[in-house]
Design a protein around this ligand. Structure first.
Ligand code: IMP
Ligand code: MG
Length: 179
């Protein structure tokens, strides 16, 4: 699997350092609040499990599954709810946990939906941000790392459902896309 990578952008240590730092900031910001973390399946799962270990305050977790991507490397702009939250988020301080913010189409739809549920607050934490690709009017309050406009895999991020289990993040060799 490693042989498919062109370059590593974030090592395991880089990712852990980001989780520690974001965890420190989130611990401060959510002290005494009713924190409810919403992981967006499936890409955010690895990041979520590492990040919440560093948030030192009471919190709950739940997941949503949406599809905006259809197996390729370009977002289609359509978002469909495949799995909704299983509990009420009314009056909660909701924190959406995402792997990557690219065009923003996915997160724009999700935030509009969740905001309509009378939450106390709603913020986004994303491990990666590709601001050059943004189409929707949305930003994450908490960003792990801003990356260039390149397709990345690993640590939850996939190419055709593969590479999610890589412990680090990198770009794929061009010949992988040619298959
Ligand atoms: P957006 O709606 O364009 O912001 O896309 C967000 C979703 O697209 C993310 O949750 C990822 O699932 C996927 N995505 C965007 N960029 C990448 C990438 O570089 N590698 C893998 N998945 C990506
Ligand atoms: Mg995703």
């Amino acid at each position: 699997m490693k042989n498919d990578l062109k370059e590593i952008l974030l090592t395991e240590q880089d990712i852990q350092d980001i989780c520690v730092e974001l965890g420190r900031v989130l611990t401060e910001d959510y002290k005494g609040k009713d924190l409810f973390c919403v992981g967006i399946l499936k890409g955010s799962v690895l990041f979520m499990t590492d990040l919440i270990k560093h948030i030192d305050t009471h919190l709950s977790i739940d997941f949503m599954d949406v599809s905006s991507y259809h197996g390729g490397t370009e977002s289609t702009g359509e978002v469909q709810i495949l799995k909704d939250l299983s509990t009420s988020i009314e009056n909660k301080d909701v924190l959406i946990i995402e792997d990557i913010l690219e065009t923003g189409t996915t997160l724009k739809s999700i935030t509009e939906l969740l905001e309509s549920r009378r939450v106390n607050s709603l913020e986004i934490v994303t491990l990666l941000d590709k601001p050059n690709r943004r189409k929707a009017d949305i930003e994450a309050k908490y960003v792990g790392k801003v990356i260039p406009d390149e397709f990345v895999v690993g640590y939850g991020l996939d190419y055709q459902e593969k590479y999610r289990n890589l412990p680090y993040i990198g770009t794929l060799k061009p010949e992988i896309y040619a298959h």
